[in-house]
Design a protein around this ligand. Structure first.
Ligand code: FAD
Ligand code: EPU
Length: 333
């Protein structure tokens, strides 16, 4: 157990915050031993790519380092993989592509760990974890028992799961099971992917081609946290009543939207923030990224609190201008 550990290197925002206690675990027994009789506040850490630390953490940080990828079932059409929660997500994606398993190539280059992926049902380019997720094992902190959660039990939604709501802070996810296809089954309908493949004259893409296209698109839009601290999309894309959208459209005919239900649409938060004038704006040592208004960035020595305050100012302004309340996607500690 370490004490007073600076978490700067452990999150992709790269802000300084001291953890009173810090330990790692690489199997369920270690996780159980560290968490069961602990009386401190607990923070489970994966790759730190969806966290903003706004103050020192006066408790115990447990970093998940459970590794391993095992095929636990195979039939003519699919495989079931059991994956340690501490595996790096993108490395796992590359592993599946190499093995000829289909299903997660569109989610290439998403930072973070496998264990955090079901926390908020990560997604990109038309695919979400819930599409390939079979079940997970998680250690109940209070009892030390391992429970299994089916896809349904996780209550997945858009960047949502039961672990962010009713069961928040109660479980440590230890293994995630993915059902991947052995039959070629690629999802290239997302506009930018098709455009990239066409540009390269690829008419019958492999999963590696799709992965490469996604990596190319992402690298051109999203800042690499190694160069510029960030946590990806800071806000969720809001789902609003059609009447609210129609009001926006009356002023901005070009306002984009995606259908969600008969009565609601999703409006890109990036468009709202850019149109409100925030894109590329700098406030002290943090700001709004110049290519993607949904991404807040740390130019070097911003504090978590400064970034949080910037997000509050954006929420307020977007609300005043469009009558839409943005919700933060990033977990605030
Ligand atoms: P952390 O930041 O370490 O943790 C996130 C939350 O999960 C915390 O509340 C933590 O306590 C909890 N947690 C972590 N591991 C466990 C566990 N094993 N058990 C219980 N709780 C746990 N997300 C997308 O969905 N799509 C994208 O396209 C995308 N692009 C991104 C691009 C960039 C450049 C960045 C920096 C981030 C992006 N993200 C994206 C967000 C982020 O990558 C995901 O949310 C990722 O799943 C976070 O994983 P992590 O291991 O870093 O989680
Ligand atoms: N847009 C702007 N200005 C901007 C940014 C975006 O006008 O500065 C508008 C454009 O109209 C664009 C639309 O927003 O067509 C959508 O932009 P983009 O395709 O870049 O996607 P996004 O909505 O900004 C979402 C996810 C990403 C995911 C991509 C690709 C959320 C909150 N974000 O971003 O996930 O990678 O789609 O599928 O849903 C993350 O969760 O951290 C994340 C990066």
């Amino acid at each position: 157990m370490l004490t007073n550990v600076d978490l700067k290197e452990y999150t992709t925002f790269g802000v300084s915050a001291l953890a009173k206690q810090f330990a790692t675990f690489s199997n369920e027994d270690e996780a159980r031993a560290l968490s069961k009789n602990n009386t401190e506040e607990l923070l489970i850490l994966g790759g730190g790519s969806n966290l903003l630390l706004t103050q020192d953490f006066n408790g115990l940080v447990l970093k998940n380092e459970i590794t391993g990828i095992r095929c636990v079932e195979q039939n003519d059409t699919s495989v079931l993989l059991k994956v340690g929660a501490g595996e790096v997500w993108h490395d796992f994606v590359l592993y599946t592509i190499e093995k000829g398993y289909y299903g997660i190539e569109n989610m290439s280059l998403i930072p973070g760990s496998v264990g955090a992926s079901p926390m908020q049902n990560i997604g990109a380019y038309g695919v979400e974890i819930k599409d390939v997720f079979e079940k997970l094992d998680a250690l109940e902190i209070e009892t030390g028992e391992v429970h299994t959660f089916s896809n349904e039990a996780c209550a997945f939604g858009y960047r949502e799961s039961v672990f962010k709501r009713a069961l928040k802070g109660k479980y440590i996810i230890t293994y995630v099971y993915f059902r991947l296809s052995l039959i070629k089954n690629l999802s290239t309908h997302y506009g930018a992917i098709e455009y990239e493949l066409n540009k390269q004259g690829i008419t019958s893409p492999t999963s590696k081609d799709v992965s490469d296209a996604v990596i190319f698109i992402r690298s051109s839009k999203l800042p690499n946290p190694k160069d510029l601290g960030n946590a990806g999309s800071f806000f969720k894309n809001p789902i609003v009543p059609i009447e609210t959208y129609n009001k926006i459209k009356a002023t901005y005919q070009e306002a984009p939207s995606y259908p969600v239900s008969e009565t609601t649409v999703k409006v890109p938060a990036g468009w709202l923030i850019e149109t409100a004038g925030w894109k590329g704006k700098q406030m002290g040592a943090c700001g709004v990224h110049k290519n993607q208004a949904l991404v807040l960035v740390n130019y070097g020595d911003a504090t978590g609190n400064e970034i949080y305050e910037l997000s509050t100012a954006i929420i307020k302004d977007v609300n005043q201008k469009f009558g839409v309340t943005l919700e933060r996607e990033v977990n605030i500690i």
